[in-house]
Design a protein around this ligand. Structure first.
Ligand SMILES: [Zn+2]
Length: 360
């Protein structure tokens, strides 16, 4: 089942939009026993995006969530910026000094979210000079989407495996490959004996003006732990989780272990006090949110190894009690200066350092 490639062919799946919905519909068809859980979200509807340089149409995409038209000289009215080494650094550029901002990187287009109030901005796949005429018409509209949940086995409380289905531009590793991995794992997981129940959740709208609209509306009452896959890329993983799950990292080929990043679908669970893990890989910065996030030869073995690691980690997590997780969580929390006794609300985003920390 080459599901990720099938979804890749549907094109860009902007949060809350028609392609996201097509992916979810296909998953609903593959898993007839699914439950669809409604979510309210926003769709960024691009009606038009166009850049002309010296009267010639060039390849471009509009940057989220900007919109508008203007013309002028590059270097005067129009700011031109080379893509910084880290995507999150785009928000530090003085783009508000211009009527329009153009970003470029050779042979690549990207959609990187800019701060609210940014001027109309575009990404080009080459450096340009001269006169530019730009126009985009795009609107954020309120809409309905859904998370698709597939129950693998019943239980009093559940281990949830999740992955978001929406993506910018090609999005093969962020996050179609993760969707394929979870879809393929259902049959494997049905065969293993577990004490806990197990569900697979395909989330809507992880990308967006606010992170994780889909997962944050997922019912969390009976969730024992969440393992989310997001932006997996051969061949290492960043093990980004609440400290009580760090012991499970021994099952993976690890790049590093860290506190849970606030930028992915496990985080709404973490904030509610649920043990949470996301596996991702920041070695993919070069293709992040671009039109060159495409299949690699190494994906095949990487995927198989990861599935094996996941099964081992799930088995060990399943045999661990809630009490033991709580004790380990609190041990690290105390060391970090947290004085409360509740898990819920103890971990807060540390946006400056792109991570999270214990509340003091
Ligand atoms: Zn992602």
């Amino acid at each position: 089942m080459a599901l990720a490639r099938e979804f890749l062919n549907l094109g860009e799946a902007i949060h809350g939009g028609p392609v996201e919905s097509s992916i979810l519909s296909r998953l609903e068809e593959i898993f007839p026993d699914h439950v669809s859980i409604p979510v309210t979200t926003k769709y960024w509807n691009i009606e038009h995006e166009e850049v002309r340089i010296n009267n010639k149409l060039v390849k471009s995409v509009a940057m989220p969530y900007t919109s508008g038209c203007a013309r002028g000289k590059i270097g005067r009215e129009i700011g031109l910026y080379q893509m910084p080494p880290h995507p999150f650094a785009v928000k530090n550029l003085p783009i508000s000094n211009h009527e329009v901002a153009l970003f470029y990187e050779e042979n690549k287009l990207r959609r990187i979210t800019l701060p609210p109030g940014s001027p109309p901005s575009f990404f080009l796949d080459r450096k340009v000079e001269g006169y530019a005429e730009v126009c985009s018409s795009a609107r954020l509209t309120d809409t309905e989407s859904r998370n698709v949940e597939v129950k693998v086995r019943n239980g009093d409380s559940y281990i949830v495996l999740g992955a978001h289905v929406d993506h910018w531009l090609t999005g093969y590793h962020d996050n179609l490959l993760s969707v394929e991995i979870l879809a393929e794992m259902k049959a494997v997981l049905e065969k293993i004996k577990l004490k806990h129940g197990l569900k697979i959740a395909f989330f809507s709208s992880e990308e967006g003006p606010r992170c994780c609209m889909g997962s944050s509306q997922y019912p969390m009452k009976d969730v024992f732990a969440i393992i989310s896959l997001d932006a997996l890329y051969p061949s290492r993983v960043v093990f980004s989780s609440t400290p009580d799950l760090w012991f499970l990292s021994r099952h993976f080929r690890i790049k590093r272990i860290e506190m849970p990043t606030p930028f992915s679908d496990h985080f709404p669970f973490v904030q509610r006090g649920i043990p949470g893990l996301v596996l991702y890989n920041d070695d993919m910065i070069g293709v992040y949110h671009s039109n060159v996030d495409l299949p690699l030869q190494e994906d095949v073995t990487y995927k198989e190894n990861l599935k094996e690691s996941l099964v081992k980690a799930i088995l060990e997590l399943d045999s661990t009690t809630e009490e033991r997780l709580y004790k380990e969580f609190m041990r690290v929390a105390r060391e970090s200066g947290y004085s409360g006794d509740k898990r819920e609300g103890s971990i807060i985003p540390d946006l400056e350092n792109l991570t999270s920390k214990f509340r003091k």
